[in-house]
Design a protein. Structure first.
Length: 297
């Protein structure tokens, strides 16, 4: 009797857990659709900005803009600090999503860590790592204002020569099932690395060799002065929205796996309960028959 009661309690507990995981799966599925739309809107804009800057760049202009200039290495008097902007989520229950992101270092430099997301902030607080900036207010619906608040101080520090580089560690949203961690070099600005690959073969090489003949009003200096900060902010915004979409995809996958595992566990528990109940009924019938025969005898 005690065994069947324990099994019934266990079944009720697993059923309750399965309802929770199923609900979280449905919520993440709903949020994922909107997050995917934000990613789809951010990517073409980022690629267009990169292509426009790449078309305008010349070696002379590269040396005139601090955001384009590559600093000297520390051994030659350059800055010895590099910034890493780590983007994680505020909530868990997403499998190994956050753990995969919290693995970073910049070789040869002292790293200033800028953490976005409660999971990353709390992890580095736990291990005693100093964090230059901790933001837990961005959430899973980042805006362009959030990206601006994060990017502007870092651009100012890089332009002043205090930072050697800025890398953004984020989750690259390929599909709801594939969200690998990625590192994006934001500063110095390298727009050519963000432009789509040129076609291969002779035709592709000929196309790559042809530069557009633009008539610029105002000049390239003024256009780059406006586009470069916008490009950096957009790269940060893209990392934020891709991480948000990846979080929902990872959570949906984790909750679906948990729901399926709970269903399999319920099947096993119910079979075990039915066998135990059947054995208990058989034992009770045997005791009743044995008692009746004893009374007749």
């Amino acid at each position: 009797m005690a065994k069947t009661r324990a099994l019934k309690r266990r079944i009720r507990s697993v059923e309750s857990t399965r309802k929770i995981t199923r609900t979280m799966e449905l919520v993440s599925t709903s949020k994922l659709k909107r997050a995917q739309e934000r990613v789809a809107a951010a990517r073409p804009y980022a690629e267009a900005l990169g292509a426009a800057i790449a078309d305008l760049l010349t070696p002379e202009l590269t040396e005139r803009f601090p955001l384009l200039r590559r600093p000297a290495p520390p051994a030659k008097g350059g800055p010895d600090r590099a910034a890493v902007l780590l983007v994680t989520s505020n909530r868990g229950l997403a499998g190994a999503f956050n753990a995969n992101l919290i693995r970073l270092e910049t070789a040869g430099y002292h790293t200033d860590l800028y953490a976005v997301g409660k999971k990353g902030v709390r992890y580095f607080q736990f291990v005693g790592r100093t964090v230059a900036l901790a933001r837990i207010d961005v959430g899973d619906r980042p805006t362009a204002a959030h990206a601006m608040e994060l990017a502007e101080p870092l651009m100012a520090a890089y332009a002043a020569g205090a930072l050697a580089s800025l890398d953004v560690v984020y989750a690259n949203f390929k599909s709801p099932l594939s969200t690998p961690p990625a590192v994006l070099r934001v500063l110095p600005v390298e727009p050519g690395g963000q432009v789509a690959r040129q076609p291969e073969g002779h035709a592709g090489r000929a196309q790559a060799a042809v530069r557009p003949n633009f008539i610029l009003k105002p000049g390239a200096d003024e256009i780059l002065s406006a586009l470069l900060p916008l490009y950096v902010k957009n790269q940060v915004y893209r990392a934020l929205v891709e991480t948000a979409a990846s979080e929902h995809g990872a959570r949906r996958t984790a909750m679906k796996n948990a729901t399926d595992a709970a269903g399999e566990m319920l099947d096993v528990l119910r079979r075990t309960y039915n066998r135990a109940r059947q054995a208990q009924i058989t034992q009770e019938l045997a005791e009743i028959v044995g008692g009746a025969e004893a009374l007749q005898g």
